[in-house]
Design a protein around this ligand. Sequence first.
Ligand code: 2HA
Ligand code: ZN
Length: 273
Amino acid sequence: MKFLKAEFVQGFIRMANDGWEQGWHERNGGNLSYRAKPEEVESVKENFSVGEWQPIGTSVPGLAGEYFLVTGSGKYFRNVIIKPEDSIGMIELDEKGENYRIVWGLAGGRPTSELPTHLMNHEVKKELTGGRYRVIYHAHTTNVIALTFVLPLEEEVFTRELWEMATECPVVFPAGIGVVPWMVPGGREIAVATSRLMKEYDAAVWAHHGMFAAGEDFDLTFGLMHTIEKAAEILVKLLSMQPQKRQTIQPDDLRRLAEDFKVMLPEKFLYEK
Ligand code: 2HA
Ligand code: ZN
């Protein structure tokens, strides 16, 4: 099958373009990765042209031999839909999970600068979900970033404030949201900090930078990013109108919601204010 005709490739391209249209990917901002299924790799293998092994910059033994579709370093989400063979590519990891090689696309370029964070998040999620989770997404979500200048950089506060912004929020991200303080992006250190939070959460805020989201498929992962960013937009609007809420969803309301929607909301987020 032609590489670009494969359903998983089409889904990846659509998600990248959806993110662009949301305004989360100025210039070369943001990145996306997908851990391909063996049968998907098999279905497009005839198109491969294998490059040289390169160091990942971290070690992900739990992902040895796996294939990933990734956005490229310095590439623009805006161009993914018109120049996919240049903007995205597929990589293969070696048997130690220390090196990668490009097998399709990226036209002489490199995978995303955030490859260490993507792969370390994939490694955590693959193990924790028995392989169900396949998507890691990083976006420069405007309103979440704005909140990182105003709210304390604590997961209890971010989670609780965003839960209160829309009734669907506690149901969509019942485990809450992690928060990474400002760090230099692109390396192993921020990858370690983010993947540690991914053991508990499906989303992590990067202070003054953006957000990472993880999920089973493109719809769930994009939907998670979208829901959190929309909640952040409501909070920004509310704080712009007046600093206090006149009324809100209370901890006991959240407990009742959890019961009806059969989700577990950790008590650490249901504190009295
Ligand atoms: O430029 O978003 O975090 C890509 C990024 C780096
Ligand atoms: Zn970024």
